[in-house]
Design a protein. Structure first.
Length: 510
């Protein structure tokens, strides 16, 4: 069959399929933050030491971040629907194990297993959207919904985590995943129809799997360890050096093997490269902010877990509005860079407002408008980013291209939490030392003031990171306005000159 337009009618069940894919994505994104609020309660119940409590978060991040490329390749090899369902079932079983944990070993193991199955599930979900929605306008709507969930799900996790922990107990932050997974798996099995001829049945690149997994694990663990042990710690430095060597070896290997785990053609396209880089930077800023605002609201303002969760609602509303009402409506009319660049800048303005935080700052007067701007900006930018990251790739590469989106987010989240938290802690310590005399008689106000000073110092860095993300989006991404309907001939070869081709539907030659 020649490279002509695929005239097959769109799958009539694609919108039903989107509902189940969105539900699964919501579960994965929720899990990234829902456990944070429950962690102090789980720590007390299971007798986890302060030194070991980080492994509840780290075990998940290491497994998820380290195996995402492998999960994307498995989706291309096995089929996205099969990988999606297996990932959901495995995630549900791992969640059940975590909810039933009787000691810290069971809890850490369950979190690692959640990461393993999440690494199968997340790229399969995004690549299913990429191959099922090919009309530009429909694709804009589908990715608008997906982008809103990917951006706002973390904040929803804070609300749900607070409610479950306060109303029931910490174990329900794990058990809640089970109905999500069962419904999504059953719906996917009966509704999803994966397009024929879109698998990549090449042999698995084992050296690439090992090098990428070890390299990403070393990188994520390096930043995670830096948060607790410091940047000058010998093991921290060793992890970064090892990560650099392993990832460089991975790139060299991928350029030489016949069937690479990550075909370099996926990365070398300037548009996709710009998306991965700018998205990763934006997530660094956003995840750091989640951490700071959670601590500010609970520790400084004295909010309960449930009230803290609801305090994030303006950000969620902004993200949903930005994704579905701004990004999705304009994506078919203007180039992606004209949404992503201004979107990240709008988020930077919201972040800039938060540099004015003080102990007595008004929620309505400062935090609420800042969150609205952050949400609107991120939602507007995330939607075209999610779509562009998988558009123009050959169908056989859509799984691994989707995995790169999740990898940039996961690595960005790990870096953001560690980097910005370390900056905040250093600034807080310096402030406390320089104002020690003022706190001699009443240390509590100085402690809170130091904490807030640390937060604002780190938030300034987050503002700068978002500005850089905006500049990268405007500079690297040169894809033109999406076409109004299906088109043919997009090769996705990475040719920077093929502006319009980035939005054409790739057709497999048989």
């Amino acid at each position: 069959m020649s490279k002509t337009a695929d005239l097959r009618l769109p799958d009539p069940s694609r919108w039903k399929a989107l509902a189940f894919i969105a539900l699964a994505q919501l579960m994965v994104v929720l899990d990234a933050t829902i456990v944070n609020i429950a962690l102090p309660h789980a720590q007390t119940a299971l007798g986890i030491s302060d030194a070991n409590k980080q492994w509840v978060i780290t075990a998940y991040a290491l497994a998820f971040g380290g195996l995402l490329l492998f999960g994307g390749r498995i989706a291309d090899l096995w089929g996205r629907k099969r990988t999606f369902v297996v990932g959901l079932i495995g995630f549900a079983l791992a969640s059940a194990l975590g909810g039933a944990a009787q000691n810290q070993g069971m809890l850490f193991g369950s979190r690692a297993l959640q990461g393993v199955f999440g690494a199968l599930l997340a790229p399969a979900a995004l690549s299913l959207l990429a191959v099922m929605f090919t009309d530009a306008r429909e694709r804009a709507k589908a990715f608008g919904i997906y982008g809103a969930i990917a951006g706002g799900g973390g904040a929803v996790g804070l609300i749900l985590g607070g409610f479950l922990t306060q109303a029931l107990n910490w174990r329900w932050t794990f058990f809640v995943n089970i109905p999500f997974a069962v419904i999504a798996a059953a719906g996917a099995y009966f509704v999803i129809r994966e397009p024929a001829g879109s698998r990549n049945r090449s042999s698995l690149d084992v050296p690439g799997v090992v090098l990428s997994a070890l390299g990403l694990v070393s990188l994520v663990y390096g930043f995670t360890r830096a948060e607790s042990a410091g940047w000058s710690d010998g093991l921290t430095i060793g992890m970064f050096v090892a990560s650099g060597v392993l990832l460089l070896s991975f790139v060299l290997t991928e350029s030489r093997v016949k069937s690479p785990l990550l075909p370099l053609r996926v990365l070398m396209d300037r548009n996709r490269g710009g998306v991965y880089l700018s998205l990763g930077l934006a997530v660094i800023a956003m995840f750091g902010l989640f951490l700071f605002l959670t601590y500010y609201l609970q520790v400084v303002k004295g909010y309960s877990p449930i009230r803290t969760g609801f305090a994030f609602l303006p950000m969620i509303a902004g993200m949903i509005t930005g994704s579905t009402q701004i990004g999705a409506r304009l994506m078919t009319r203007v180039p992606a860079r004209k949404l992503m660049g201004p979107g990240f800048l709008t988020a930077a303005v919201g972040m800039l407002l938060l540099t004015q935080l003080e102990i007595g700052s008004s929620y309505v007067g400062l935090i609420l408008p800042a969150q609205l701007l952050l949400g609107l900006g991120m939602g507007t930018a995330f939607m075209p980013a999610m779509s562009l990251a998988t558009h123009g790739v050959e169908p056989r590469d859509s799984g691994v291209a989707s995995a790169m989106v999740n990898t940039s987010q996961q690595v960005g989240g790990a870096i953001g939490t560690a980097l910005l938290n370390t900056i905040a802690a250093s600034a807080a310590t310096a402030y406390a030392s320089s104002h020690a005399a003022l706190g001699a008689k009443n240390p509590e106000p100085l402690k809170l003031q130091s904490m807030v000073h640390g937060f604002t110092g780190a938030i300034w860095w987050a503002v700068g990171i978002l500005v850089v993300a905006s500049a990268i989006a405007v500079t690297f991404i040169n894809a033109g306005r999406p076409l109004a309907g299906p088109a043919t001939g997009g090769s996705g070869s990475g040719d920077a000159g093929g502006v319009e081709d980035e939005f054409k539907i790739p057709v497999v030659a048989h």
